[in-house]
Design a protein around this ligand. Structure first.
Ligand code: CA
Length: 371
């Protein structure tokens, strides 16, 4: 009996000691207890119109997730293109700290550093799955951060469209001759390729596409894929919808963060931003994958859109010019050479694997292997 009492006393004392330890951590344990009360109200500026499904909604969900995970210690007000800064001033706004965050695509910033196009997309380059592997497990993100560092920016991949569509045309493209002199909105390296193939590439932000095509400022445009293009109403002003999206086999949506602002956050909030971006990167791709086919069916069945595949001679010319353009990019400077080499090396290896895995699987799934 005496022993039991003693044991009970020791146990109670131990539990009390544990509880006390939990309640009062050592003062120098971390800075989190001192900073947890501090709140941050940030601005996020987008290159997309407010509420545009897929692109803008992804940024808005990202901001919402960060607020919820941080218990509103970091809240982010999201601005559509032109609401705070114009679509193509997102980079400068975040670089200078006018806004702490931006949501855009890196190929819009080729004027800052031509190699940045690669972190948006590469014509005939990697798919979303492959690009994500390169960025996160192949050194791609470290290279991107190196390119952004002089601009006081930290990039995070925060979404992906998957393979896009080749675009909207009001005449059929039957051969390379039909590309000659055609004025098309097409950004990034794809624009350079289109230009070499005899077309005229125009760079326009999303919110100017509809009017530009409608009024004949441009003859054709690419945007994203059925889900986004349906929301934009592009089927109302163009008839032929071409695939495959050679110019954007994936498009990385970027979350750019002002480096000084990021470094002013306590470590746990930094981590929340990083992990929220990583989650957004996946969920955006999931959303596109889930919604594209239904949107395409709506376009064809309810709006009379004509689906067309690009002819072989056009595709092979684009492929040839794409290789030229990409190789030339390596000559810009030492860092560009490293980025191009890293990208090519990774694509070479991952495409070998995907020939064995994905491609063979698609063949057996559809019975196209003759089995
Ligand atoms: Ca596009």
């Amino acid at each position: 009996m005496h022993r039991k009492l003693l044991f009970g006393f020791i146990l109670t004392a131990l539990l009390a000691a544990c509880a006390e330890t939990e309640q009062s951590p050592p003062a120098d344990d971390s800075n989190s207890s001192q900073t947890s009360a501090q709140t941050f109200e940030w601005k996020l500026v987008m290159s997309w119109p407010k509420n545009l499904p897929g692109l803008a909604t992804s940024a808005e969900r990202l901001a919402q997730n960060i607020a919820e995970m941080s218990n509103n210690r970091l809240t982010i007000k999201v601005f559509g293109a032109g609401e705070y800064v114009p679509a193509f001033q997102v980079f400068d706004a975040v670089s200078s700290g006018t806004a702490e965050m931006g949501h855009s695509a890196a190929y819009y910033w080729r004027g800052k550093a031509p190699i940045l196009a690669v972190f948006g997309t590469v014509p005939f380059g990697m798919t979303a799955q492959e690009t994500n592997s390169w960025l996160h497990y192949g050194g791609g993100l470290e290279l991107w951060r190196e390119v952004y560092a002089p601009f006081n920016l930290i990039p995070f991949p925060a979404g992906n469209s998957g393979v896009q569509m080749a675009g909207w045309f009001n005449k059929e493209i039957n051969s390379l001759a039909d590309i000659q002199g055609l004025k098309m909105r097409i950004p990034g390296l794809g624009g350079d390729v289109f230009q070499r193939a005899g077309g005229v590439a125009v760079q326009l932000p999303g919110n100017e596409l509809f009017t530009s095509l409608q009024t004949g400022v441009i003859d054709a445009t690419e945007w994203v894929g059925p889900y986004n293009d349906l929301a934009f109403g592009l089927h109302d002003i163009a008839t032929y919808y071409y695939y495959p999206g050679w110019q954007e086999p994936n498009a990385v949506l970027e979350l750019m963060v002002n480096k000084s602002a990021y470094e002013s956050l306590p470590e746990d909030l930094q981590k929340i931003v990083e992990v929220a971006a990583r989650a957004s990167n996946q969920s955006t791709l999931d959303e596109y994958t889930a919604r594209n086919m239904a949107s395409l069916n709506t376009m064809m069945e309810e709006h009379g859109v004509q689906l067309r595949k690009l002819p072989d001679d056009v595709v092979s010319a684009f492929r040839m010019y794409a290789n030229e353009v990409f190789d030339e990019l390596a000559n810009e400077d030492e860092l560009s050479a490293r980025v191009v080499a890293s990208y090519k090396d990774f694509q070479g290896t991952v495409s070998q694997w995907h020939a064995i895995a994905e491609e063979s699987y698609f063949e057996i799934r559809e019975g196209n292997d003759g089995s």
